[in-house]
Design a protein around this ligand. Structure first.
Ligand SMILES: [Ca+2]
Ligand SMILES: [Ca+2]
Length: 310
C-alpha cells in the first residue's frame, strides 16, 4: 500500500554513559538514573530527521550536520544543513540528556525520504539453485512509484543473511524487477528490457533451499516498514516448529508480529517447500492475504521470471 510518509531508520549504536541499577531508581535519592532510550529515527522531510526517545530529552550540543536541534517532549527535531536525496544515507552522531541529567550518545544511519514508494509485491522466487537456473526473486509493481532504497532481504530488516537495495527506478503497474542471487547477470540477460529490470545481488549466493524468509522493506533501516514477505518450509519439518533453525523461527515470529505473515509461527503456516527445485518456482497466485494460500509451487520448467505467473 502506497503511503506518503517517511522512509527511514537504521541501526543504532547506543552508548550510555551512566551505570545504573536495573530498576532505574536510586532508592536513597529517589532519582531517575537510567539514561533515555532511542526508540525510532525518521526522516520527516528532505532536510529534517526526528528522533523519538523513551522520555523527554534535550540535545547536548548539536550533531555536526545539523543547523538546529529542537526538543519537543520525547522528540528531538534535527534540521540538516543540506537536503538528503531519496535513499541517500547519512551518519548522525550526537548526545542527549534527560531531566535528571542522564545522558545517551547515539550514532545512527538515516536515509533520505522516498515519498513515492510504489505498490509492489514479491511475485515469484526459487530457492534451490543450479548454475543454469540460479536462485531468483521476482517483484511485481502494482502501483506506480520509485524504487529508491527499497530493500529485499534474505531474512528480515532485523535479522538477515543478505540483502539487495534497489536503485531509483521509476516504475509503473505491471513492471517486473528480477533479482538474481548471483555475482553478475548472465551474458544473455539485459539489465533493462521492456517492462523488466534485472539485477544481480553481486555475489554468488542463493536463498536457503527448504526453509527461509524473504522480506521486502521500504528502506534499508532495521525498523523499516515491510511491504511484503514470504515464509517457506518443509511441511514434514519438525525442528524449531518445522522452520528448520532458530533464526527462521525468530524471523517468522517478527513477520507475524508485524502482520506480514499470518497464522501460527510454524511449518504448517509456511509455503510447503518439500518438492522445491531449481525449475519449480514458488509463485503468487492472486491477491495478497499474507498467508501461504497466496502461493503455489509450480511444475518443473514453469519459471516465469519477468513475465506474468501462470
Ligand atoms: Ca504480503
Ligand atoms: Ca513471473
Amino acid at each position: 500500500m502506497k503511503t506518503m510518509l517517511a522512509s527511514i531508520i537504521a541501526l543504532m549504536v547506543l552508548v550510555s554513559c551512566t551505570q545504573a541499577p536495573i530498576s532505574g531508581i536510586d532508592y536513597f535519592s529517589g532519582k531517575d538514573n537510567m539514561p533515555p532510550k532511542l526508540i525510532k529515527a525518521e526522516t520527516s522531510a528532505a532536510d529534517q530527521v526526528v528522533l523519538s526517545f523513551s522520555e523527554p530529552v534535550v540535545s547536548v550540543g548539536k550533531p555536526s550536520c545539523a543547523s538546529s536541534v529542537q526538543s519537543r517532549e520525547n522528540l528531538l527535531i534535527i534540521s540538516l544543513f543540506s537536503k538528503l536525496d531519496t535513499a541517500q544515507s547519512l551518519r548522525l552522531c550526537g548526545r542527549v540528556k534527560d531531566r535528571s541529567g542522564n545522558t545517551l550518545g547515539y550514532e545512527i544511519t538515516v536515509y533520505g525520504m522516498n515519498s513515492r514508494i510504489p505498490g509492489i509485491l514479491i511475485n515469484e522466487f526459487t530457492t534451490v539453485s543450479t548454475p543454469s537456473n540460479p536462485s531468483r526473486t521476482e517483484l511485481l509493481v502494482t502501483e506506480e512509484g520509485n524504487t529508491a532504497g527499497l530493500c529485499l532481504y534474505d531474512g528480515t530488516p532485523q535479522s538477515w543473511e543478505k540483502r539487495v537495495v534497489l536503485d531509483a527506478w521509476d516504475v509503473k503497474a505491471g513492471d517486473f524487477i528480477v533479482i538474481w542471487w548471483t555475482a553478475r547477470l548472465p551474458d544473455n540477460v539485459a539489465p533493462r528490457s521492456g517492462n523488466v529490470i534485472n539485477i544481480a545481488c553481486g555475489k554468488d549466493e542463493k536463498l536457503p533451499s527448504y526453509s527461509g524468509v524473504l522480506c521486502l522493506a521500504r528502506s534499508p533501516g532495521s525498523t523499516a516498514a515491510i511491504l511484503d514477505a514470504a515464509v517457506w518450509a518443509k511441511a514434514s519439518g519438525s525442528a524449531y516448529e518445522g522452520l528448520g533453525n532458530k533464526a527462521n523461527l525468530e524471523r517468522a515470529s517478527y513477520l507475524q508480529r508485524q502482520g506480514q505473515w499470518l497464522g501460527a509461527v510454524s511449518a504448517q503456516s509456511a509455503i510447503d517447500s518439500e518438492k522445491a527445485s531449481a525449475t519449480k518456482p514458488f509463485y503468487r497466485t492472486g491477491k495478497d492475504t499474507n498467508t501461504k494460500a497466496d502461493w503455489c509451487l509450480g511444475k518443473a520448467g514453469s519459471l516465469s521470471f519477468g513475465r506474468p505467473n501462470p
